[in-house]
Design a protein around this ligand. Structure first.
Ligand SMILES: Nc1ncnc2c1ncn2[C@@H]1O[C@H](COP(=O)(O)OP(=O)(O)OP(=O)(O)O)[C@@H](O)[C@H]1O
Ligand SMILES: [Mg+2]
Length: 287
């Protein structure tokens, strides 16, 4: 049973929908640290007073539940089949982080037809006002699905490592997003698994030089996350590093990025995430 305070909070939030912001986390190349970063970022945003929902948009190869150390009973498949409603599939992890689980190994989720995507989004609209921030953990690769999530979001965080193939892919996805010229969407680069901040800043400068030349636009620098073997251990043992070792370098790096997001100016996009998503769904063609 939800208590009265929670119901009242929902009512207050319902009348100011533009406070809500959506942040997609993407990369182009797989395995660069998106899901771990998304979950640890959610943890810090929550510690800083925000209510956060993670949408696992890696629909057919879901990982958010694994990083959170949870085994959800229901997921988006149950929502799509009509067996469960959105409130029944939202999970609360032991860290208090709420998430919408996807499922693993179901091909039909990998290539969702548009009407199914709209079904998910209609359900999300029923509950979003309970949250300040929705983080979307996208799948690797440059699909229409991923591009649409990013273009509709208020911010997109592009994660890369210093590996040349990861750099090429994060450049490619940034260029595609910038070419669509989404009004006021902010793209922020996070360079993961670096040795030090100088390495990350150099990568950001290099990427912006090329982006500026080919799109006339640039992306922001959100920060770097240093290589930390504690992170690999936490993934193996299925706990959230920032919660268990808040003083680890990984946790501190992600916390700085969480602060940057909260303290910085929120991008002022004219339409809501939902309007943008459905509009793009009709028009999007990746060239
Ligand atoms: N800062 C870091 N320091 C050390 N290892 C890291 C760091 N970030 C990520 N890793 C390693 O990279 C692995 C992959 O991370 P993660 O699953 O978050 O990547 P992903 O981009 O979500 O992958 P996928 O594209 O398959 O969804 C982790 O299990 C961890 O071992
Ligand atoms: Mg992942």
């Amino acid at each position: 049973m939800r208590d009265q305070a929670e119901i009242l909070r929902d009512m207050v939030k319902k009348v100011k929908p533009f406070e809500f912001q959506v942040i997609s986390v993407t990369s182009g190349k797989g395995g660069v640290g998106k899901t771990s970063f998304t979950v640890n970022l959610a943890y810090h945003l929550q510690k800083l007073g925000k209510t956060v929902l993670i949408l696992d948009a890696d629909l057919a190869l879901a990982n958010v539940d694994i990083i959170l150390g949870e085994r959800p009973k229901y997921n988006l498949l149950h929502l799509l089949s009509g067996e469960k409603n959105i409130n029944e599939i939202i999970c609360e992890s032991k860290y208090g982080i709420k998430f919408i689980p996807a499922s693993s190994g179901f091909e039909e989720l990998a290539n969702l037809p548009k009407e199914k995507q709209v079904q998910i989004f209609n359900s999300l609209q029923e509950i979003y006002y309970r949250f300040d921030i929705m983080l979307i953990d996208t799948s690797a690769g440059i699909s229409e699905n991923v591009i649409n999530f990013c273009l509709a979001s208020d911010r997109t965080i592009v994660i890369t490592t210093s590996d040349p193939t990861a750099l090429a892919d994060s450049y490619a996805i940034s260029r595609i997003l910038l070419n669509y010229k989404p009004e006021n969407m902010e793209i922020g680069l996070v360079v993961n698994m670096v040795e030090d901040e100088q390495e990350a800043e150099k990568i950001h400068r290099g990427m912006n030089n090329i982006l500026k030349e080919f799109t006339g636009k640039t992306i922001k620098y959100y920060g770097c996350v240093k290589k930390d073997k504690k992170l690999s251990e936490s993934v193996k043992d299925r706990y959230v590093l920032s919660a268990v070792h808040p003083k680890s370098s990984y946790s501190q790096d992600v916390e700085s990025i969480a602060r940057y997001i909260i303290e910085g100016k929120r991008p002022e996009r004219k339409e809501t995430f939902w309007n943008r998503f459905v509009k793009n769904l009709k028009n999007l063609r990746i060239e």
